[in-house]
Design a protein around this ligand. Structure first.
Ligand SMILES: CC(C)(COP(=O)(O)OP(=O)(O)OC[C@H]1O[C@@H](n2cnc3c(N)ncnc32)[C@H](O)[C@@H]1OP(=O)(O)O)[C@@H](O)C(=O)NCCC(=O)NCCS
Length: 181
């Protein structure tokens, strides 16, 4: 059973909303808001519409992002990548990926990638909820730390990571391109 969003505060008047069927309704002003579901998607659950949803989100993460295919998702799952999504009426509106663990001398390190929430769903706690799902899996599988990189331009994301307890390390990230960009 997928996790469901806790009743949010109304965007219009700030009153705590209450669940009503597949949405939340505000007792103050009567506004409604769809109920999101937070799910780990597996290979078996994948379908073409999800690939389309992810391809709608990726350019919101990076203008140069290449679009994905079902085959690429299969390849990711083969490598042990875990995919956490927020669904609104079965449409993916946010993603967090937990990459396969790095198992090295100092222990097991995990990496989070592809944190993105559709523009019109931001500041509703979606990325935070997805990150927490990834942290739980990471903790359960014995990782010592969860790591990620975030460009200095990404003020909102960096604020969020800081609020969650991530610390900025001064180790530079070096990259050697093995294929032309
Ligand atoms: C960064 C991003 C994933 C955040 O998603 P989100 O679902 O809106 O995040 P949340 O609602 O969980 O935010 C949690 C907290 O993070 C901080 N935060 C998030 N976005 C922020 C912004 N734009 N400006 C300032 N603080 C921000 C706030 O403290 C926020 O809490 P608040 O809303 O109660 O103030 C989303 O803005 C996004 O997709 N941005 C473009 C892609 C990107 O930068 N990804 C990160 C790659 S490293």
């Amino acid at each position: 059973m997928p996790n469901q969003q806790e009743a949010p505060l109304c965007f219009t008047c700030g009153t705590k909303m209450r669940p009503a069927g597949s949405c939340f309704v505000c007792e103050g002003c009567g506004s409604t808001q769809s109920m999101l579901q937070f799910v780990e998607l597996t290979r078996e659950m994948m379908k073409p519409s999800y690939v389309g949803d992810i391809n709608f989100l990726l350019p919101q993460l990076s203008k140069s992002a290449e679009l994905i295919t079902m085959e690429w998702l299969d390849y990711m799952f083969d490598y042990g990548t875990r995919l956490f999504v927020a669904l609104d009426n079965d449409k993916i509106v946010g993603t967090v990926l937990l990459a396969a663990p790095m198992v090295i001398f100092v222990g097991q390190k995990d990496w989070i990638e592809d944190v993105v929430v559709d523009q019109s769903y931001r500041r509703r706690g979606i990325a935070t909820a997805l990150m927490e799902m990834a942290h739980k899996v990471s903790r359960e599988r014995g990782a010592k730390s969860v790591n990620l990189t975030s460009n200095p331009d990404r003020g909102g994301a960096r604020q969020m990571y800081g609020d969650m307890g991530y610390e900025l390390r001064d180790t530079g990230v070096f990259r050697l391109m093995l294929l032309p960009k």
